[in-house]
Design a protein around this ligand. Structure first.
Ligand code: ZN
Length: 287
């Protein structure tokens, strides 16, 4: 199993199930694998749900106290465990922390995001929207999906050169980039700190209300010699110390220049092309 296989299997599943309305019906998805959904009122707040199979019957249970976007993600995550045949790996792994998620859980999250934001229904809407965090918010509501999953899919499938960055504790954990930006070798390495003086850093420190705001492209992009100006917008989620940033080029165009001189081969591109999901914040475990 790897991220690529998780995505291919998710897209096969979506093709088979043929969702035709937004938000997609997770009940229809569950029915496709013969699973019923139960809403459990007795689960503790830190438990999102889980699944089991007994006497040939599949059951997915979700925390009845969670919001509906959260519950929908849980259902799709559990469908992934069945379809991909992956056992849970939840012990001691907070689901809100991207850095600490075990591989099985990340692949199930990737699968879940493909189901909730299917490319056949999502991409056209992204192409029609202007690049902004407000657009991410609108699409997240329309698809009844989380802000972070929608943002990372927004960047991954969009035509404009842009990136959606998730930082925890001021450190970049994950950057989802559009094809245009990957092709130009625009990198935002995981493990790097939020750039000093950036809007995102100030939003995290509570010193800025949000953007968008202009900055030099090389403030964010490593080994970037094309120049150009990026627009940056950011939100900070205090509870989990997560900063969510959207970056895009002015006029939605890359600046001229030879990126090859600076970047060379982009080793991460093959993998990052496929990314598109982030875990939900706020839950310690999921069965
Ligand atoms: Zn799981």
């Amino acid at each position: 199993m790897d991220e690529f296989i998780a995505i291919v299997r998710a897209r096969e599943f979506v093709r088979k199930t043929r969702p035709d309305a937004v938000p997609v019906s997770v009940k229809q998805y569950a029915a496709e694998i013969g699973a019923g959904i139960k809403y459990d009122h007795d689960l503790p707040p830190d438990e999102a749900g889980g699944s089991f199979e007994a006497k040939g019957k599949r059951c997915i249970y979700v925390n009845a106290h969670d919001g509906s976007a959260r519950q929908r993600f849980t259902v799709c995550h559990e469908i992934a465990h069945f379809v991909l045949g992956l056992p849970s790996e939840h012990q001691g792994s907070p689901s809100w922390s991207y850095a600490k998620r075990p591989p099985n859980e990340i692949w199930c999250d990737v699968f879940a995001a493909e189901l909730l934001l299917p490319i056949i229904l999502f991409k056209q809407r992204v192409d029609d929207a202007e690049v902004s965090l407000a657009s991410v918010e609108t699409l997240a509501e329309e698809f009844n999906a989380s802000f972070s999953a929608t943002g990372s899919r927004f960047a991954a499938v969009g035509e404009a050169p842009c990136a959606f960055v998730l930082a925890e504790g001021g450190v970049v954990r994950y950057a989802s980039r559009s094809k245009a930006l990957r092709d130009a070798f625009g990198k935002i390495p995981a493990g790097s700190k939020l750039p000093r003086g950036s809007l995102s850093e100030r939003v995290r420190q509570g010193r800025a209300p949000g953007g968008p705001e202009e900055c030099d492209a090389d403030l964010w992009l490593g080994q970037w010699e094309r120049g150009g100006v990026l627009l940056e917008d950011a939100r900070h989620l205090q509870t989990w110390d997560q900063t969510l940033t959207l970056l895009w080029f002015e006029y939605e165009e890359l600046p001229e220049g030879d990126s090859r001189a600076a970047g060379g081969r982009d080793d991460e591109a093959a993998l990052e092309e496929l990314d598109g999901t982030l875990p939900w914040p706020g839950k310690k475990r999921r069965r």
